[in-house]
Design a protein. Sequence first.
Lengths: 445, 219, 420
Amino acid sequence: MGDPAVQNDAAVEAKVVDEGIDRGVEALTPERIESVINQVFEKETGARLQAYVETCVHCGLCSEACHFYLSNDKDPKFSPVGKVKQTIWEMVKRKGRVDADFIRNAVEVAHTQCNLCKRCAMYCPFGIDIAYLMLVVRRICHKLGVTPLYIQDTVNSHSVTMNQMWVKEDEWIDTLQWQEEEGRDEIPDLRIPVEKEGADIMYSVIAPEPKFQAGLIYQAAVLMNVAGMNWTMPATPGWDNSDMAMYTGDNEIMARVKRSHFETARRLRVNKIVMGECGHAFRSIYDMGNRQLGWKMPPIPVQHAIDFYDELLREGKIRIARKFEKSVTLHDPCNIVRGRGLHEKSRSVVRAMCDNFIEMHPNREHNYCCAAGGGVINCGPPYKQKRMAGNRVKAEQLAATKAEVLIAPCHNCHSGLEDIIHHYKLDMEVKFILDILYECMEKPE
Amino acid sequence: MHTIYQFVSGPLAWIAFILFAGGCIYRVAALLHTVYQKERFIFSYMSWRHSLNSIFHWIIPFASVNSRKHPVMTVVTFVFHISLILVPIFLLSHIVLWDEAWNITWPALPDGLADVMTVLVILSCVFFLARRIVLPEVKYVTSASDYVILAIVAAPFITGFYAYHQWPGYSFVMILHILAGEIMLIAIPFSRLRHMLFSVFTRAYMGSEFGGVRHARDW
Amino acid sequence: MSTMTDWDFDPGEKVISMKEWKERYEWVEDPQVSPDGENVAAVVNLGNGEFTVCNNGEAWESPCEKIWCLRFSPDGRLTAIVCQEMEWTMSVDGTFWDSRFDFLWNTRFSDDGAHIAAAWQNDLTYGMTLDDVSWETGYSNMSGMCLSPEGGKTAAVVQTIGLNEGEIFKFAEGAYTAALNGKTWPRNFMNVWDIAFSSNSEHIAAEVRLDRTTYTIAVDGETWKQRYDCVWTPKFHPSEHKVVAPVRVAGAWTLAENGVLIWKNRYLQLWQTLYSPCGKHIAAIVSPAYGKWTMAKDDQPWNNRFGEMVSDPVFSPNGDRLAVSVKDNGKWTLAVNDQVWGQWFNRVWGPVFSPDGRYVASRVESDGKFTCAVNGKAWEKTYDFCLDPVFSPDGDRLLVRAFKDGAYYRIVIPTTQIAG
């Protein structure tokens, strides 16, 4: 049995107040629910949904894949198939004739109890993609106008500014100029080349970087300058690679935001897009956003930071001056490990920088999710306690390593794991790979 | 009794086989047609190599992480499915029927082994039933239909076992056995037993997405 | 002000070495080249946190704290956005505008280069300025800034109602609209994107979102009656008052004119519509099948399909030919009227037609070496970097603007030297 604190958390969770859901549910009518569900089933889904619903033999073998299930004392409501039962199955069985309370529960299940991490797809003997099913639920809820408030606000930001954090156009450019100035204190001829058409690389980030973590842009600029890259950053919208619309089922806004990103790279005619340490953004530009627009693969190659660092280190463009001394462990973010198989590359980068690397278990494709991704952390404070209670296994997994530093090469994982560490009072510091790489790399005197 | 036997083993058997074969073809064709109509993009990601890689990792016992996590379930599942498929096809008394009707024949399982495998199927069904009742995560997602399906699968084996051993009233049970077998055949394309048909496709798709696009294992 | 007929199209080479600049200044930023190729300029660092612009070796007089967005206008004037004493303004050939701003960005030129516009922020309000004359009203946010083709009017998407964090229901009621010369449309929308000007600059059209899932086109603030799953950028007919836009209906894209579907085919994707100069033809980038891209002219898709990208479509001046850059299997080339160039390159920029439409040229890159290609043949001379080639008015000469080994080269060659 879990510790009492966790159970208390769960009790508090029963009364989540989320205006986005509450007001959205108030406006629902049975007719509207039925028509939207059936519209999505008939027009927007097909063989996958049908095969997944009809193939599932209700064996429950996916349960142990899910950190929410494991952390909530194996409460079957939190098992992947348990979430499908509470949502899609009923919608299919009742041909969309479900009531507003059902939708209220469904939106919470799909939005805040599933990180779309796809670990369960690796545990289902049939390879049923439950993350996809949860996305269908989110799509239905989006069309019904019932989406958690915080993440909807983020999607609104995407729709207006093409970035996640309401960063205005001047603020973005100003941030780049500011970071360039800051960088010159350290490397006097450091440049952040803005709008350099024909550069080799467009470096793209997510909006929290200019908003709260401008130092990451600084570090990336140092890395690019030291490695001698021919790179640029755009001065127009399209610089942001993040995408919460992907996670609310607002596929039209997802498409618009991704189009803006790829069109920007096309306009600058770069050879490739290199992106910072973010997982969901990678999923959006490598997997989901491009597909929504009709691109089988990204029209301009995208390279995740881990792959890029690995390449720079292997080619000797970046050299390690001194090894990082603290003991480190490494978190495998779902979207770039189950989503792109970068787990060996991240290990090779970490081993190049750190002498004392401790694996957490399970790891690689089987690593436990951070419980923040999939738009869950973006649903905001109302769900934080549930998120903490829902990832006790991660805390246990981290604690077992006894490492001093946790490397989390993904923004959502990073924030989510910081919350976990704080909540479970673990003595651990969370870092991006770039934090350590910047600290340990050879820089001009 | 004889006419009932004639009926269930004659016209009804025809109907069952036709519904089974036709139903299976229809289901698979309809699935692929729907993909073609509505999610054609799926075809562009399908890869034989990654599909087969994924399928093999899941049809070989203990080749996937999850199958290692549940060793009992894995053993039971494999024994169950192998017996479930082999016994009806390679049972001597079934082959005799094919021989009599169509003059075709093939090697048979030793009767003793077939008997053991039948018992294993029945025990497996008991195990699955117990899982549904005992394990909370299974119980939570179990509906009445799951019990019905389990009964449909167990029935031919229980009745067959009974009839084979010629216990009292076995000739009546034999009719039930034939009926049960026919129900199961028909149920395959028209119930969740169609995972027999679809699981290859869902597995292949996930294998192709993981292997070809995501460059990650899905087992 | 120079017009193209005055440009020097006599075959020959002019070289401006920038090596000496690098000695003179702390550093030299990415150079810009004038349309006629006679000038090369760069932002240069004077040291002590001071910057200026060096144009053909001559520096602008007043140094600045910051300089960015150095651009030549189509008429050859050199502009930059500059900062002095924490205030931003536009410098045109070294002369500053009178206005000062908290921030200035997004320089826009009219087609002839006579007019210059930019976006500004003052005290956290936003607006546009045209030739140093600013909108009277500032808005709390602004995006999608544009300048009409002849340069008389500016437009942008603006926010007219304040939104606090998390006010998603207020957002849904509509806080955004379009502003023409700073004056907003009479109504707001949930979103407004991608304003298009009519060729006479009298009208604007834009994509609008009415609620989470309903999109349409608005012309001068009036929406089309029809509603769609999604829409992309509208385009005005070059001479008549009608608007076309890609619209998504029942999960597939097609083209609508004033709200009425005018193309019969349905596509997986359809965007970047363009009229031929006379307005007789409409073309668009389309995806006829998943992961396959091509051009469609008057709803007839080309036979060639490309796996990765189709980009920068352009009609020849007489409207008979349609050229586009295409990407397939990681390589780029050009396709003209459904004929694909034989040679593929690492990168190819947008096509450039000669005025008579005989030739199509483009800047190309392979193995890090840049050059120009005409009608499918790449010039054997390569450079470290190139700009788009420019044809002489009769199309017989080609102006190549390129960089090599720290020097800028202005080269004029007979077009046939590349095209054969």
